[in-house]
Write a protein that binds this ligand. Structure first.
Ligand SMILES: *Cc1c(COP(=O)(O)O)cnc(C)c1O
Length: 397
């Protein structure tokens, strides 16, 4: 793993607790208050004038921002090493607003084939209705990616690691390609989080997160974030003010609370997932394990170079096909069968029967979703207890 260079700026645990927060808060409160209001008062016409002439920054109306939201945005920006951040009510509205803000009729984008399913649908099925074309290239095929660029290409949108196969993309190589072509690189870094990977340091233009996952961490809210330069975030914020999709103050607070323990949780997710992946790899009923932290992972060396940890998602193939997968799932006692990941509870999902239920077996196999594929989102319970549950469920008979 990459050696952490000691910098003069505070460490990530300190940032998670203190960054973005005012030292002195309303009513001497230690904790940032939830400003539960839809609008903000101007006390006189001078107040209005100071605001409209930009002499004073303040809040105006709930859709345009809120003080509790702003604290979370500044904290996230510090964690990711970004100039600015815009929060949204979900990861998907963060992605949609970002793409609509940056793209125009006649332009072209490139995505990779194992993107988050709804992102893929948005780019492949919806954007073309607005005159924005989309090429889908195989993840990890840099030659195909280079060839897909044309003079109308505005950006590349991809993820690393991907889900459910945990494919790791070469961030250095991606930025070389995008910069040479003079186009933007957008990276959905939800699986990694800034604890494990900071794509802006590699030259990505924007980082997107579903804060529903590790950043909030408790499986109790939905939220999204986009991070990058002030200039780009301002462009996105301008459209966001028109579209809406804003996050509620109460929800901002829950995200703020989750963020304070985010590095602690990530440390545990990373460690437990490695233990679980190692256990699964050694189990006779398991055909194959996908986890970037394993030496057998095809991009293990690359992952070690560009990541500080490998996250909490482990995918694996169980021997015996669909019947065996169903039997295993039905025997679990601790792990919940549920979509999503990044929360404290260990969740397990069966992509073939949930995310891709609408595809035929042939279509599923074409995109590599086998019946025996299981995705495990390792929570923060004792790794031994998670492993014991998996072990009893893997036992035949
Ligand atoms: C969950 C997820 C999203 C969508 O985020 P929501 O908060 O559910 O809207 C986007 N990308 C990735 C990689 C995700 O895991």
């Amino acid at each position: 793993m990459k050696k952490k260079v000691k910098k003069s700026s505070p460490g990530i645990y300190t940032k998670a607790v203190h960054s973005g927060e005012e030292r002195k808060k309303y009513a001497d409160s230690l904790i940032t208050p939830i400003v539960q209001t839809s609008t903000f008062v101007f006390h006189n016409t001078k107040d209005i004038h100071d605001y409209t002439s930009k002499r004073k920054t303040r809040f105006e109306y709930g859709r345009y921002g809120n003080p509790t939201q702003r604290v979370v945005e500044m904290k996230l920006a510090k964690l990711e090493g970004a100039e600015d951040c815009q929060l949204f009510s979900s990861g998907m509205i963060a992605i949609t607003t970002t793409l609509l803000a940056l793209l125009s009729n006649g332009q072209h984008i490139i995505i990779t084939d194992d993107l988050y399913k709804k992102t893929l649908q948005l780019c492949r099925d919806e954007l073309p209705r607005f005159g924005i074309s989309c090429s889908i290239v195989r993840v990890g095929d840099y030659q195909e990616l280079r060839q897909a660029i044309n003079d109308r290409t505005a950006l590349i949108f991809t993820e690393s690691p991907t889900n459910p196969y945990l494919y790791v993309l070469d961030l250095k190589r991606l930025t070389q390609i995008s910069r040479k072509a003079g186009i933007m690189l957008l990276l959905d870094s939800t699986l990694a989080t800034p604890f494990n990977q900071r794509p802006l340091e590699f030259g990505a233009d924007l980082v997107i997160h579903s804060a529903t996952k590790y950043l909030s961490g408790h499986n109790d809210i939905l939220a999204g974030a986009v991070l990058g330069s002030k200039k780009l975030i301002n462009e996105i914020r301008a459209l966001h003010k028109t579209i809406g999709g804003m996050i509620e103050p109460q929800c901002c607070y829950m995200l703020l609370r989750g963020l304070k323990t985010f590095p602690l949780r990530m440390e545990k997710h990373n460690r437990s997932a490695e233990q679980v992946a190692t256990f699964l790899e050694g189990h006779a009923k398991v055909k194959r394990v996908y986890y970037p932290g394993l030496k057998t992972h095809p991009q293990h060396c690359l992952a070690r170079e560009q990541m500080d940890g490998f996250g909490g998602v482990v995918s694996f193939e169980i021997k015996g096909g669909l019947r065996s997968a169903n039997r295993f799932l039905n025997k679990l006692r601790l792990c919940y069968i549920a979509p999503s990941f990044g929360g404290v509870e260990t969740l397990i999902s069966h992509p073939a029967s949930i995310t891709y239920y609408d595809l035929s077996l042939k279509e599923r196999l074409k995109i590599g979703i086998k019946d025996e594929l299981i995705r495990l989102a390792v929570g923060i319970e004792d790794a031994e207890d998670i492993i014991a549950d998996l072990e009893q469920a893997l036992k035949t008979g």
